[in-house]
Write a protein that binds this ligand. Structure first.
Ligand SMILES: NC(=O)c1ccc[n+]([C@@H]2O[C@H](COP(=O)([O-])OP(=O)(O)OC[C@H]3O[C@@H](n4cnc5c(N)ncnc54)[C@H](OP(=O)(O)O)[C@@H]3O)[C@@H](O)[C@H]2O)c1
Length: 273
């Protein structure tokens, strides 16, 4: 990866997932700068990972040729306006903040910058992330290749031709891990009510989720076919699935994902001014 120095503005969960992935891929930790507001946490991070950690966003931005914005969306406008004077060298900007559009970022940082928006998710910590990417019109093919390599270091990436589709990506994979955790919680709880020990209910549920996802990713047939293959006519699984249909499982997920995407849109309106 032709990346001389990368700075993460905000070194929380998502930033750490990404830069730990880059280090695992062979990038020297010394070429990574990570910023935050808590000096003790930054020292601990520096010792644990070898990255250069600092409270100085301006200095970090000045030194980097790629800047990953990874603070909470509510803080992003202030952080961007504060680092704007350090961007005369026009680094590539990659933002992982939910809801904030490339137009808002350009207004806060400078209209002449290449900006790429990324919507990753937390399994990136294990290299199993799923990320949607959108590039503004100033991003070159090599900027896009760089963003692809950075986010690709922690999982799979999909490019979007239209920025509004980021809300769909948020609904599918940004927030998606929480949906699966909620399903697992429900299965664990019902397993316990049906007489399993909590340990057994947890182990069997999690292993089933892992096995099902692994089988689906490694199989050359689609998930509907995999479902049909475990659903014998008049069998036990069929009864569970008929119960899901009576409870309108498609409608349930449709309403949840629409609500998630609508919140992404509302955040963009609220915080992008
Ligand atoms: N977590 C997810 O699943 C997920 C998925 C997709 C996108 N995202 C996006 O990723 C971004 C970060 O989320 P997160 O979950 O990683 O949050 P997080 O763990 O709270 O990380 C945010 C970090 O920002 C730092 N920070 C706060 N104010 C700062 C400032 N003025 N200058 C520099 N750093 C500052 C904080 O460091 P201190 O504690 O030292 O202040 C904190 O470590 C958000 O915009 C979110 O929308 C998250």
């Amino acid at each position: 990866m032709s990346l001389s120095k990368i700075a993460f503005i905000g070194a929380g969960n998502m930033a750490q997932a990404i830069f730990k992935g880059l280090i695992a891929e062979g990038m020297e930790a010394q070429r990574i700068i990570a910023t935050g507001t808590n000096p003790e946490r930054l020292t601990a991070l520096e010792q644990a990972t070898g990255v250069v950690a600092t409270v100085d966003n301006l200095a970090a931005a000045q030194q980097a040729d790629t800047l990953v914005l990874a603070v909470k969306p509510q803080m992003l406008k202030n952080v961007c306006e504060a680092i704007k004077p350090a961007l005369a060298h026009r680094p590539l900007i990659i933002s992982v903040a939910a809801g904030i559009t490339t137009d808002s970022l350009a207004r806060w940082l400078g209209e002449d910058l290449a900006i790429i928006r990324a919507m990753p998710n937390t399994p990136s910590q294990l290299g199993l992330g799923a990320t949607g990417l959108f590039a503004n019109r100033l991003a070159s093919a090599s900027d896009k290749a760089l963003a692809d390599a950075i986010l690709g270091a922690v999982g799979k990436v999909e490019w979007l031709a239209d920025e509004s589709r980021i809300n769909a990506v948020t609904a599918v994979c940004g927030s998606g891990p929480a949906y699966f955790y909620r399903v697992m919680e429900a299965m664990i709880n019902e397993g316990i009510r049906m007489g399993l020990t909590p340990e057994a209910a947890r182990t069997l549920t999690l292993q089933t989720a892992l096995g099902a996802a692994s089988l689906a990713t490694q199989s050359d047939v689609d998930v509907a076919e995999l479902r049909r293959r475990v659903t014998s006519p008049k069998g036990t699984t069929e009864q569970a699935l008929l119960s899901f249909e009576r409870d309108d499982i498609d409608g349930l997920f449709s309403r949840a994902m629409q609500a998630c995407a609508a919140r992404g849109e509302a955040l963009a309106q609220e915080l992008g001014k």
